[in-house]
Design a protein around this ligand. Structure first.
Ligand code: NDP
Length: 417
């Protein structure tokens, strides 16, 4: 234990990787913090600081974080756009002038608030990222809480995420940690796997059915690596898109039926004006991409589902190659959130463009259950130290990250997995 002398007061502070005795809560903690004055690329935005450990209100749980998963949402938080998360919370009366990100993680329940019965101090848990008010009228009416007005993302819209020694979550965000997984493996897969599960299984009648071709953008990334496995298990035929031969190999090892290297095409983004030579060239590339899917599938069959998250660069292509009556299901916009949609293709071919955002509790339990039974590989890619959380996001921002899901050690600093 070390001692922090702050303004004449003596407060307990443990080094990252050390833990106080079970249930003992120090006053201060290390956190990887974003402040508005540093908004910009991740290496600039994130800095390790010492902050107060938050109080635990009724219904909430303080978790000692062992490891945290890294996701693109905190690239956006660090940039301060499209949403200034600190300003947004301060407008609602939140006092903290900083943001602690991290929308997934693994850890040990350290303190429970009044009324909490679902977990107890000492439980090993995996944390899910979406939160809603339990007295939200929509929730009380039994509607999908992910569609409730009070639903928000912990570690993005909400503060006190997993990039700190202690994190504050609602009790229902705690799920049993799959015993077969290490702390870092358990920390890295909830967000991407449950999001992918909902995209592929949450929008009937477009659930993946046996024999369905599913086109998966970014097949070697966090979402993509989970989607390939889900589609396989559901009896579908995953065709992955990647940008390097190494990523193609990774997808094939995970169970992709085939892979397309997107660097062989260059028609990305919105089409040029119709009637021009540029448009004719763009359109030829678009059709060539569609034919490539048939070539990889070994027959003239188009994807019933297109698994989207790349956004403006890929959406026009996704809408075109999707089979008549099929669905493009999108949960992100890595390449930009303003995208061109040719409405003629949408209505004439009766396609569906469906938004999808993270997952409800049932979907979270489905993926932890699959991991528990060894039916879902968490695809742990690179593991970072606590002080390198900014670097991990920088790699994601630049597109140079390792395949699969990324994680950072927090309490698990002393161990290697
Ligand atoms: P990763 O960085 O792990 O993977 C993204 C992949 O997308 C990369 O591997 C890359 O593969 C591919 N990609 C990047 N740019 C382009 C492009 N211009 N065109 C086509 N493909 C591209 O990220 P995640 O899989 O974790 O997340 C992906 C997106 O989904 C992010 O924007 C994230 O914010 C969002 N997301 C949303 C969630 C939600 O609940 N709404 C939950 C999780 C993620 P390659 O270069 O090999 O093609």
């Amino acid at each position: 234990m070390t001692v922090d002398h702050d303004a004449g007061q003596t407060t307990s502070l443990y080094e990252v990787g050390d833990l106080p005795p079970l249930g003992v809560v120090p006053q201060r903690m290390y956190a990887s913090v974003i402040r508005p004055a540093r908004y910009g690329p991740p290496l600039k935005a994130f800095e390790t600081e010492v902050v107060d450990v938050p109080d635990v209100p009724p219904g909430f749980v303080l978790v000692a974080v062992m490891a945290a998963g890294i996701n693109y949402n905190n690239v956006w938080a660090g940039l301060g756009r499209p949403l200034d998360v600190v300003k947004m919370r301060q407008k609602r009366g939140a006092p903290e002038p900083f943001h602690i990100g991290g929308s997934e993680g693994s850890g040990i329940v350290w303190k429970v608030g009044e009324g909490v019965r679902s977990v107890k101090v000492g439980d090993h848990v995996v944390l899910s990222g979406c939160r809603w008010e339990e007295d939200d009228p929509a929730v009380r009416l039994g509607r999908d809480p992910m569609l409730a007005p009070s639903q928000e993302t912990w570690g993005y819209e909400l503060n006190w995420g997993s990039f700190a020694q202690f994190t504050l979550v609602a009790d229902f965000q705690c799920h049993p940690k799959p015993a077969r997984l290490s702390w870092v493996e358990a920390a890295c897969f909830m967000l991407s796997s449950a999001t992918a599960y909902r995209q592929l299984n949450g929008w009937p009648p477009h659930n993946v059915e046996a024999g369905d071709v599913v086109l998966i953008w970014g097949g070697s990334g966090g979402l993509g690596s989970m989607a390939i496995q889900h589609v396989r298990r559901m009896g579908g035929r995953p065709i992955a898109v990647v940008s390097t031969p190494e990523r193609a190999e990774y997808c094939m090892r995970l169970g992709a039926e085939g892979v397309i290297n997107r660097t062989e095409f260059d028609h990305w983004g919105s089409p040029p004006s119709e009637g021009t030579a540029e448009y004719r060239r763009w359109n030829e590339q678009l059709r060539a991409f569609g034919r490539k899917i048939w070539e990889v599938a070994g027959e003239k069959v188009s994807p019933r589902i297109v698994f989207e998250h790349a956004g403006s660069h890929t959406l026009p292509t996704s809408m075109f190659v999707c089979a008549p009556g099929g669905m493009v299901v999108i949960c992100g916009a890595t390449s930009g959130y303003e995208a061109h949609v040719d409405l003629r293709v949408l209505w004439m071919r009766q396609k569906r463009l469906q938004g999808s955002h993270f997952a409800g509790l049932r979907e979270c339990r489905a993926v932890t259950g699959l991991a528990e039974r060894g039916l879902l590989d968490p695809c742990l890619g690179q593991v970072y130290d606590f002080d390198s959380i900014g670097l991990a996001h920088q790699h994601m921002f630049e597109g140079t990250q390792a395949c699969g899901n990324l994680a950072a050690r927090v309490g698990a600093m002393a161990i290697t997995t």
